[in-house]
Design a protein around this ligand. Structure first.
Ligand code: AMP
Length: 466
């Protein structure tokens, strides 16, 4: 779909074309028509998703009717930093090149006088940081009772920077009947409180971070030979070997969510489940418990996953490769949010070969392989190395434990190839003769060799339910 169907004016379509945009980004496709219809917007999106154009373009068309009065801006865009405010003003200049709209930028570090002169002449669009705007308000140089559209951009950064009380005061100074657009990369409870208070039946739009910007997320792929039982074993190994604060484990089907959650509970994990079959009150309660760290693991389906607002998840596990590769980006985007570090592990079995190659095509690269603990002489915490070299055990490494467990992880064709070709990493060669906790001399406790009896009877029972 091109821009033609979004309802923008001919002038804007020309500008968009001149900017070299051929297809609207997901947030633009959803936010532009809704904004033009006068709806409030709650956009969960971060920089790089094209969100600036998603609010500036419709604003230009909406504001093209009407005139600005002295000191009474017709629209206000709040940005947390001077840099962002300046960037948005540049976008406005670019997209508004064919319009007669006037604009003022109120940021710190610039003389008040110039800003006041602009305000006196009347502006259609006021772009400001909260502190400087409050200063002007207190001096009586700007009044917000003429504002028709309010944009609060990067709300979670405003929170981090301590601007929320100012933002709230500014929102309270607005007329009752305004159109409000809120954008935030995450939805911590303080922002939720604000949006609940000031937005009227908003259109909620959530877009995943673009794959290229999710650089704070480590992505790993674990090949598991067998079916769901083996995957559950593998998952528990990861849960033991990783330093997990909290984690969301995604499954493709509700039935798998239920079984996995039960299985983890039997194994003593603090776990909750979230899927579309549950009543809303329980979903809300489970989510609240997860957010408050009352439960550590949340097993969820994709339906329940969208719209989750958990700001700080240390790990995401994909128990299965999603059928829709875009969901992979959504899922892993639940960790590593707002610049924090996050880890994601995707478990895959040979039956998912098709989905895996589809996913790799979508990502434009292969996810780096990760050997499950107890299987490989290389530890997962090693310094990053090129995908084809990292975590690749030497074929027939003498230390490798020839236990039942070794059948749990099957090298894929690619893995085998890499295993045969890849030279040892520096670290591997250095540590060649050092004992490793995954080596035979120090077997992993609690997994494989030490499988409790109750578990063995539990698993097949549940497997039948699939
Ligand atoms: P933003 O998320 O608003 O900071 O935008 C990120 C970058 O994407 C900016 O450099 C925009 O110029 C660019 N951009 C915005 N919309 C589109 C589009 N539909 N197609 C291609 N690039 C875009």
């Amino acid at each position: 779909m091109g821009f033609d169907y979004l309802g923008l004016s001919e002038d804007l379509l020309t500008i968009v074309e001149e900017s070299g945009y051929t297809t609207p980004t997901p947030i633009q496709a959803k936010a532009i028509p809704a904004t033009l219809q006068g709806r409030d917007i709650l956009g969960i999106a971060q920089t790089g998703t094209g969100k600036t154009a998603s609010f500036t373009l419709p604003m230009i068309d909406i504001l093209s009717q009407g005139r600005a009065r002295a000191r009474m801006p017709r629209s206000l865009i709040l940005e947390p930093t001077r840099e962002l405010a300046t960037q948005v003003s540049e976008s406005f200049e670019k997209y508004g090149a064919k319009s007669k709209l006037t604009m003022a930028l109120l940021i710190g570090g610039v003389a008040f006088k110039d800003q006041e002169q602009k305000l006196d002449r009347g502006v259609d669009v006021l772009i400001a940081t909260p502190g400087r705007l409050m200063d002007h308000m207190q001096r009586g140089k700007v009044m917000l009772n003429g504002v028709e559209i309010l944009v609060v951009d990067e709300a979670d950064r405003m929170l981090d920077m301590g601007f929320i009380p100012d933002v709230e005061k500014i929102c309270q100074a607005m007329p009752q009947k305004i159109q409000s657009l809120f954008f935030s990369a995450t939805m911590p409870k303080e922002i939720k409180r604000l949006t609940d208070k000031f937005l009227k039946d908003p259109k909620e739009i959530e877009v995943a971070a673009p794959a290229s910007t999710a650089q704070t997320i480590t992505q790993r792929l674990c090949m598991v030979k067998g079916g769901e039982k083996e995957k559950r074993d593998a998952l528990r190994q990861l849960l033991k070997s990783e330093k997990i604060k909290n984690a969301i484990i995604f499954c493709n089907r509700k039935s798998v969510v239920k079984i996995l959650a039960k299985s983890l509970a039997v194994h003593g994990y603090s776990v909750g489940e979230l899927h579309g079959d549950m009543v809303q009150s329980i979903r809300t309660e489970t989510l609240a418990k997860f957010k408050n760290d009352e439960i550590q693991l949340l097993v969820a389906s994709d339906v329940a996953a969208r719209g989750l607002d958990i700001p700080d998840v240390s790990h995401v596990f994909n128990f299965e490769i999603p059928n829709n590769p875009e969901d992979y980006v959504h899922r892993i985007g639940r960790t590593g949010r707002a610049g924090r570090k996050g880890s994601s592990f995707t478990l895959t079995s040979p039956a998912e070969k098709k989905n895996l190659s589809f996913l790799h095509k979508f990502l434009g690269k292969e996810i780096q392989l990760h050997e499950l603990p107890g299987q490989a002489p290389v530890q997962a915490t090693e310094r990053p190395a090129p995908a084809h070299k990292k975590n690749t055990p030497k074929k027939n490494t003498p230390e490798k434990k020839p236990s039942n467990n070794s059948a749990d992880v099957a090298p894929s064709a690619t893995q085998k190839e890499n295993t045969e070709k890849a030279p040892q990493t520096k670290e591997q060669s250095k540590n060649k003769n050092k004992p490793n906790r995954h080596q035979k001399s120090e077997p992993v406790i609690g997994m494989g060799d030490h499988m409790p009896a109750f578990l063995l009877s539990y698993e097949p029972l549940n497997d039948k339910k699939d």
